[in-house]
Design a binder for this molecule. Structure first.
Ligand SMILES: [Zn+2]
Length: 501
């Protein structure tokens, strides 16, 4: 299967060729475990999962690694890193997100990290994020790789890519790596002031270049600290991914690196500088693939706006007023293309619930006919061929879902064959076996006839059509007609009117 992916390194869609035939080595930047992962985080993680599963459907063996950032350097600010995390624990206890009794000592970073690591794995598994099932083998923790980080920093110093400043801090020297900036476009001449990343660099004047970034910071007083040739302290953030990718995937150069678009700079730019500086390879990852931001009802997610949602807030009904099955959230988060900003809406969740209910009901019908027996099927089946080709085309999920919706309407007299096709599609969509308890999931129903509701549906249809998701648009049209609306589809707009008689 020929895949194409949009490579952020070249800013174009490229044909995908793995280093080793048939095997894909893929790394995704994982969560910082000082709070619950929010739906924006999961949008980015699940896009990686969709890529992995699509490649697997296409016949590749995928070795997928995702790290857990549990070193205490991820909270901004200099003196209050743990204070901030501890404050958040208290907030989360107050809101009931963290039960009383959990995290006994909110000032112990290991307890905090442990608690949120487990919460993350639990949420991820509910959402069908495959790599979470491969913990700990494919999900390394930064605190388990400190020795590897020290080793890589030593090599970088030996090779002239890093130096110890007069105050003892170890920095990567961007001037030693002329290609710095090739991923983000933030070349050295453009970087006027410090951009070291999430670790605040107080001693800016000690650096050779303002863009030099921290590799190791000696700090006796820091709450998480390790011994090193540069004194007791802690590593910079970027170094952990360079080290863990190599340690777990077993080579200096890998095929695919994914993350959210906010990680392109400085994080991924710095990963490239460290990994290539150390290995001498021209590339760290051959394909850098990034997911765009998630918005909530058209707005940026923020705590101050009250639209900042964790996955569990959604599961528990804190967002929509009723519990949402994880399969519905998964579907909602994967159904828009990774290179479009995703707009998370209550309406979208309702639509996803309707689609999933339909798919689960359909499977139940097939299973009752076949007793659960499925035929043998491969990608030469015309429907699966089309479905997998859409996904191979830079993860065109709307195209793949369109194929699926079209297929549902066809003849299914060979129920064993249809069940097999359903299962193959589900290997990517992964709405089951995480479908337990789906009964009672709210489905879309455009009844009632009030104007606000019609307007919501109209907007959703226009949006689906703009995204070329005609299957969803058609589905909505059918439902509206069924509910007594007159629907007119124009070139750029849709008109919906309640039929008077
Ligand atoms: Zn990373």
């Amino acid at each position: 299967m020929n895949f194409t992916l949009y490579n952020s390194l070249t800013n174009q869609q490229e044909s995908f060729t793995p280093i080793d035939k048939g095997v894909v080595k893929m790394y995704s930047c994982g969560p910082t475990v000082y709070d619950f992962a929010h739906i924006g985080n999961f949008r980015s993680f699940l896009f990686g999962d969709l890529m992995r599963r699509s490649l697997e459907l296409g016949g590749y063996e995928v070795q997928h690694v995702m790290n857990i950032t549990d070193v205490g350097h991820m909270v901004e600010g200099e003196d209050d890193k743990m204070l901030a995390a501890a404050t958040r624990v208290k907030e989360n206890k107050k809101s009931g997100r963290v039960p009383e009794g959990a995290i006994e000592d909110p000032n112990d970073p290991y307890q905090i990290a442990d608690y949120y690591t487990n919460a993350f794995l639990e949420d991820s598994r509910k959402l069908g994020y495959k790599v979470a099932y491969e913990y700990p083998a494919s999900v390394p923790k930064a605190t388990d790789h400190i020795a590897g980080m020290i080793e890589m920093i030593e090599l970088l110093i030996q090779r002239g890519h890093a130096y110890v400043s007069s105050d003892g801090v170890v920095y990567f020297s961007v001037e030693s790596f002329p290609e710095y900036g090739k991923l983000s476009g933030n070349t050295m001449d453009k970087l006027q002031s410090g951009a070291g990343g999430r670790v605040s660099d107080v001693n800016q004047s000690m650096k050779k270049h303002p863009a030099d970034f921290l590799l190791w910071k000696p700090d006796q007083k820091h709450i998480m600290k390790w011994d090193s040739p540069w004194g007791v302290g802690y590593p910079g953030w970027h170094i952990e991914c360079s080290v863990m990718a190599k340690a777990v995937l077993g080579q200096d150069r890998i095929d695919i690196h994914t993350g959210g678009e906010d990680l392109i700079f400085p994080h991924h730019e710095c990963e490239i500088a460290q990994s290539c500086g150390c290995s001498g390879e021209s590339h760290f990852a051959n394909y850098w693939v990034h997911a765009r931001f998630l918005f909530v009802e058209g707005e940026k997610m923020s705590k101050s706006k009250g639209n900042f949602f964790t996955a569990r807030d959604v599961f528990e009904g804190k967002v929509t007023g009723k519990p949402v099955h994880p399969a519905v959230l998964r579907f909602e988060l994967i159904k828009s293309h990774y290179r479009s900003n995703m707009n998370f809406t209550t309406k979208g969740l309702t639509d996803s619930a309707a689609t999933i209910t339909k798919l689960i009901d359909f499977r139940a019908m097939l299973e009752s006919k076949t007793g659960g027996k499925a035929a043998d099927v491969d990608l030469s089946h015309p429907v699966l061929k089309e479905f997998s080709e859409a996904l191979a085309d830079d993860l065109n999920i709307a195209g793949a879902l369109g194929v699926m919706h079209g297929w549902l309407k066809t003849d299914h007299s060979d129920a064993e064959l249809s069940l097999a096709v359903w299962q193959k599609m589900n290997s990517v969509l992964s709405i089951a076996p995480i479908n337990e308890g789906l009964a009672g999931v709210e489905t879309a129903s455009p009844g009632g006839g009030d104007d606000d509701e019609a307007e919501t549906w109209r907007k959703a249809m226009v949006e689906a059509r703009q995204n070329k998701d005609f299957a969803t648009s058609d589905e909505m049209r059918d439902k509206l007609i069924e509910a007594g609306y007159d629907v007119q589809i124009g070139k750029t707009d849709v008109t919906i009117k309640k039929k008077l008689a």
